[in-house]
Design a protein around this ligand. Structure first.
Ligand code: CU
Ligand code: ZN
Length: 170
């Protein structure tokens, strides 16, 4: 049997729809006793991944902001998300450091209304290979990450948690 051009078109469309993921979103929910929530969008761009943060319900000031190993927010304090996502076996550091946990996104700053918004490109995370963020956890902490204390940055408890899931590309 010869395949008609019609069949070929349908097949091509199916392949395109299942193409590589270029956008992902984590919807963050408050941990027990917290009011912090919001979302973080990851978009594949030239040179890395654009990270777009919009959160509310935070205490004013800087908050440690990381990707953790597991996309598991089931524990009331989000400890189920594990430690910082660290596929390279590196020390804890800041987002601009050459040697850092892949998940070391640094800090996000909340204003006096408890709102934190940010948009920047991170060169350490990706959508494929060992440093891929899909399925990992995003955690916002109670306190600032000092970018040096091992292995957590001394950022304190976890106030919000979300799982990075594939989103519809742009
Ligand atoms: Cu963290
Ligand atoms: Zn770290």
């Amino acid at each position: 049997m010869k395949l008609s051009p019609f069949v070929f078109v349908l097949t091509a469309a199916t392949v395109a729809a299942a193409g590589p993921v270029t956008k992902a979103v984590a919807v963050l929910s408050p941990t027990q006793g917290s009011t912090a929530s919001g979302k973080v969008v990851f978009t594949k761009v030239e040179g890395g991944v654009k990270v777009s943060v919009s959160l509310t319900g935070l205490k004013e000031g800087p908050h440690g902001f990381h990707i953790h190993e597991f996309g598991d927010c089931s524990a009331p304090d989000a400890t189920s998300a594990g430690g910082h996502f660290n596929p390279g076996g590196e020390p804890h550091a800041g987002p601009k450091d050459a040697h850092r946990h892949t998940g070391d996104l640094g800090n996000i700053e909340a204003n006096k209304d408890g709102v934190a918004t940010a948009e920047y490109v991170d060169a350490g995370v990706s959508f494929e290979g060992a440093t891929a963020v899909l399925g990992r956890g995003v955690i916002v902490h109670e306190k600032a990450d000092d970018l040096k204390t091992q292995p957590t940055g001394a950022a304190g408890g976890r106030v919000a948690c979300g799982v990075v899931g594939a989103a519809k590309g742009e």
